[in-house]
Design a protein around this ligand. Structure first.
Ligand SMILES: [Zn+2]
Length: 216
């Protein structure tokens, strides 16, 4: 009898895990001013002239925040303008960086921006990329719960949008010179190491069936 309940319990946990992707809505301010700065960025960097900063998501880019908490990162992304210290980025546009999702170390998923709206997180690909940030850093590796949550989130997004690619931010350079790469300044490129190859490997293992591409 004990064995029966054990199996029942584990099946129940599995079902919970498989079906319970809970996304907590925690939107950053997408004001008229953010819309204007996003449209300017799309025009200047991607040669895209639009009336609204809408995107058609084709790529999911996973990141880590390099520190902080949900609250501190939320406050940071909620700022409309980039801080002065980030001179390389600021020279290109004063629009602040942000992301569509933010995943806490316990796997809780927060949505900050509608996935069909522009967010600045990956040079060259922002016009078609959903950005997922994870609380962590090189010295604070991402957790198994974050692996699980990212995999579930990707599954959900692939069902909803025409996503074909999944990459880690550090891998984005392979899209240079591809059709998807839209950056008018050929010199605008920064080296990245987030979220780490170990994390990407673990997430991809959980998503093998989806056959998402990692390069153009
Ligand atoms: Zn990143």
């Amino acid at each position: 009898m004990t064995r029966f309940f054990q199996i029942l319990f584990f099946s129940f946990c599995f079902l919970l895990q498989a079906q319970n992707l809970k996304i907590i809505q925690k939107p950053i301010g997408y004001s008229k001013e953010r819309m204007k700065l996003s449209l300017d960025y799309m025009k200047e960097h991607h040669n895209l002239i639009q009336k609204t900063p809408n995107i058609t998501p084709k790529i999911i880019v996973l990141h880590y925040t390099a520190g902080g908490t949900i609250e501190s990162n939320f406050r940071y992304f909620n700022n409309l303008y980039l801080e002065n210290q980030r001179a390389t980025l600021k020279k290109q546009s004063s629009l602040n960086v942000s992301a569509h999702f933010l995943v806490d170390r316990d796997g809780t998923v927060y949505q900050l921006v509608d996935p069909e709206l522009f967010a600045r997180h990956t040079i060259g690909l922002n016009h078609c990329a959903i950005g997922v940030e994870n609380i962590g850093s090189k010295s604070q590796p991402l957790t198994d719960k974050q692996v699980e949550a990212n995999a579930e989130l990707v599954k959900y997004l692939v069902k909803k949008y025409p996503v074909e690619y999944l990459i880690g931010h550090s891998e984005y350079g392979v899209f240079r010179n591809s059709e998807l790469w839209k950056e008018t300044d050929p010199k605008y490129f920064t080296g990245k190491e987030d979220p780490g190859s170990d994390f990407m490997k673990k997430v991809r293992e959980k998503l093998r069936d989806l056959k998402l591409k990692s390069q153009p």
